[in-house]
Design a binder for this molecule. Structure first.
Ligand SMILES: Cc1cc2nc3c(=O)[nH]c(=O)nc-3n(C[C@H](O)[C@H](O)[C@H](O)COP(=O)(O)OP(=O)(O)OC[C@H]3O[C@@H](n4cnc5c(N)ncnc54)[C@H](O)[C@@H]3O)c2cc1C
Length: 377
């Protein structure tokens, strides 16, 4: 934990306020630190200069239902974007667990992601434009597909980036030179730049239709290694979300099963049967190979939850996060686990009635690859 007391805090209400703040800071050589909800933990939102609190003033939100685009002011949270889009069957798919309070500006600046990143990537993929104020006070809209006049990479630079940049599914460290080298789009440098290349005043989010059905499973593991070994199989089932709850979180849930970790896996599909089938495959694909699995995944897949529900009708919140807030309870000696409503409204999208009886395997419309212990060895 650390604390930095700023020289001043400014709360701009308009783009003109931001422009004059930027000009004053530039003229007086005072660091200017944009700040949204302050939920980012690496500390990019604190500093000794002037804090520009953008969590309040930029609250406008317009949904274009035809273009599937939301124009959200920098202060608009992930939750608000999704609440406004939901009646039209739309959503912003990446779901940072801080979505209830994280602002649009902060999510862009950190290239935030969440459990759904496994299928939907991070915020980068869902940003079509940014309204920014640059260091000299210039106000611009930077759109996807717009090459940068401000920044360039030489051919040698591009080659170096291609050779040396980490090949990860998500990377929020430093500037996204890999994406910039690929597209040449200025927006790719601004996303994840933590406000160092400009202050974001509005975001043009691309929205996606909410898939009709959803089902999920919770898989318990005796150790992190065993869990990691199972992930390639689960990824092959095309999940829409995966989240790990390890003992640092599970110890706060008295009813949690006695496992080293839980993997929460969610499947979005066009039909309930397909969603439930995929969740069933997640459980049974591991369990059916129990003999082989035992040697590779000792004590794996002893815990399972399978729940399903109509995703469009349901109140959508950060995907598998309810398990943080919901309550897990062991059901009898079989070590099945069922999710109960915590009264937060979160669990209501999966009713008890929807719980898939663990003894019967639902018929999947999609053929799932069988778990192959040899692949894990
Ligand atoms: C409980 C919790 C759960 C989280 N879960 C996830 C997760 O699942 N996945 C994930 O990727 N991240 C997660 N995060 C981190 C997440 O990326 C940030 O919380 C969030 O995106 C930051 O938004 P914010 O509004 O709080 O920004 P802040 O924390 O206030 O700022 C973050 C950075 O963005 C800059 N910034 C803020 N607003 C602007 C602006 N308008 N213009 C330019 N720069 C700006 C700041 O200077 C700072 O560098 C989590 C954080 C918490 C606390």
């Amino acid at each position: 934990m650390y604390r930095i007391v700023p020289a001043a805090v400014a709360i701009p209400q308009t783009v003109a306020d931001v422009v004059s703040l930027v000009r004053q800071a530039t003229a007086s050589k005072t660091p200017l630190i944009p700040r949204g909800a302050g939920s980012g933990m690496p500390g990019g939102n604190v500093g000794s200069g002037i804090i520009a609190d953008l969590s309040i003033g930029f609250a406008e939100l317009v949904i274009d239902t035809h273009a599937h685009v939301a124009r959200a002011g920098a202060s608009v949270t992930w939750s608000r974007v999704n609440e406004a889009a939901r009646p039209y069957g739309l959503r912003l798919p990446p779901d940072p667990s801080s979505g209830a309070f994280a602002t649009s500006g902060g999510m862009v600046a950190t290239n935030a992601a969440g459990p759904r990143t496994v299928r939907y990537g991070s915020m980068r993929r869902w940003i079509v434009g940014l309204d920014v104020v640059e260091a000299d006070g210039t106000v611009r809209t930077v759109a996807r597909g717009q090459p940068s006049a401000r920044f360039t990479l030489t051919t040698a630079d591009r080659r170096l980036v291609a050779e040396r940049f980490p090949k990860t599914r998500k990377n929020s460290s430093g500037y996204a030179l890999d994406h910039f080298a690929e597209t040449g789009d200025e927006i790719d440098l601004l996303i994840g730049a933590e406000g160092t290349l400009g202050i974001v005043t509005a975001v043009h989010w691309k929205l996606d239709p909410i898939p009709p059905d959803i089902a999920g499973a919770a898989l318990g593991f005796a150790g992190l290694e065993a869990m990691a070994d199972a992930v390639p199989y689960l990824v092959s089932l095309n999940p829409s979300a995966i989240e790990l709850l390890d003992e640092t979180l599970l110890r706060f849930v008295p009813e949690a099963p006695k496992v080293a970790c839980l993997l929460l896996v969610e499947f979005e599909r066009e039909h309930a049967a397909a969603a439930r089938g995929a969740a069933g495959d997640a459980v049974h694909g591991l369990k059916h190979s129990a003999e082989a699995a035992r040697s590779v995944l000792p004590n794996a897949t002893e815990v399972k939850i399978v729940v399903s529900g109509n995703a469009r009708a349901a109140a959508r919140q950060p995907t598998v996060a309810p398990a943080h807030r919901g309550r897990l309870c062991a059901a009898g000696g079989t070590r099945r686990v069922r999710r109960r409503s915590s009264g937060s409204g979160q669990a209501s999208r999966h009713s008890r009635r929807d719980l898939w009886p663990c003894r019967g395997r639902p018929r999947s419309r999609e053929r799932a690859p069988r778990y192959d212990a040899r692949r894990l060895a």
